[in-house]
Ligand binder design. Structure first.
Ligand code: FES
Length: 327
């Protein structure tokens, strides 16, 4: 066997280990959540329902451990937010060889003085401009991640599933079904008409999310070329390429299971006719519905994988992990 064959075998073996590990991590999180729900949903014989109405934070007639799911999801999301903020604050080590961290993609401007920054040729608008430096807060590192986080953040924060858990876990409004809310006053529910009116933008942020999938797919393609030189560098595969290839796949599974997508694809049809367009839309709607029924799963998988992909690229860039590849 020559060196290339050995490299291919080594990349494949390590990719299986790394990808398997990443998936195992994400699935473990998801399955742990499901297990907790199953455990906490079991009736507690020591509590007896007595009828009547309880009011006050956390007061309920439920006999299960309803609070565990809210706690678990709240802490899980908080962990991701802490990691993503830490990674964005670094402003460095987000590029390795041909790999770009998804938390920094697309790179609009690049500060070439930072270690592990992307090459200037991979920044959409070149080097970090003076006019940004002049308005940039002095306590913020010049990190291109801050320039692009608004898109994915807006999409996730307005997602129906995310709303559900952060209303429960963080606002305690209410902390669970049939559980007393934070405010005991009989306030009128204003839903998306008041402070959270921006939630109505979700259907538009979906288009933005689709754009990010296209960009991250391109990043995955670039990762297959040595040095990130598409068609000029040598073609190859590294463990990081596979990590970056899976990233847009999982994001697409989450994004195309969105309620807005389901409405766009199948909404407004009153009857299934023999028309090719309607039948095509109906078939698409069925596939989107399959994803929609697993929206929570893909919300978690895609989010954990974005963090994992950043971690992998960062660890390679910092010399902590030695990426195995065919180059
Ligand atoms: Fe979750 Fe649209 S409802 S992404």
């Amino acid at each position: 066997m020559d060196n290339i064959q050995l490299s291919v075998i080594a990349v494949t073996a390590i990719a299986i280990l790394v990808i398997g590990g990443g998936f195992a991590l994400a699935f473990a999180f998801y399955q742990a959540n499901r297990l907790i729900i199953a455990v906490v949903s079991a009736p507690r014989p020591d509590l007896v329902a007595q009828g009547g109405h309880e009011s006050g934070l956390g007061q309920t007639m439920r006999r299960d451990r309803w609070w565990l799911e809210s706690l678990w999801t709240g802490l899980g999301f908080l962990s991701f937010v802490v990691y993503a903020n830490w990674a964005a604050f670094q402003g460095a080590s987000y590029w390795y060889g041909s790999y770009l961290s998804p938390l920094y993609s697309p790179v609009l401007f690049v500060d070439i003085s930072r270690v592990g920054a992307a090459p200037v040729g991979h920044a959409w608008f070149g080097v970090w401009p003076d006019w940004i430096s002049q308005i940039w807060p002095p306590f913020f590192p010049t990190s291109p991640a801050w320039l692009i986080l608004a898109g994915p953040l807006a999409f996730r924060l307005t997602c129906y599933y995310y709303r559900k858990f952060y209303y429960r876990s963080y606002f305690m409004s209410p902390p669970g079904c049939a559980v007393g809310a934070f405010s005991t006053k009989p306030v009128q529910y204003k839903g998306e008409t008041s402070l959270f009116i921006f939630h109505n933008l979700h259907r538009y942020t979906w288009y933005v999310a689709c754009g990010y999938i296209a960009i991250l797919s391109w990043d995955a393609f670039v990762s297959l070329w040595e040095g990130g030189d598409v068609f000029a560098g040598r073609f190859g595969v590294g463990v990081g390429s596979i990590v970056l290839l899976l990233n847009p796949v999982l994001l697409a599974a989450y994004t195309f299971g969105c309620h807005s997508c389901r409405r766009s694809v199948g909404g407004g049809i009153n009857r299934i006719s023999v028309s090719l367009v309607v039948r095509t839309r109906f078939n698409l709607w069925k596939r989107v519905t399959w994803l929609n029924q697993r929206h929570m799963l893909f919300a978690w998988l895609s989010m954990v994988w974005v963090g994992f992909a950043d971690f992998y690229v960062r660890a390679c860039s910092m010399g902590i992990i030695n990426d195995i590849n065919t180059w």
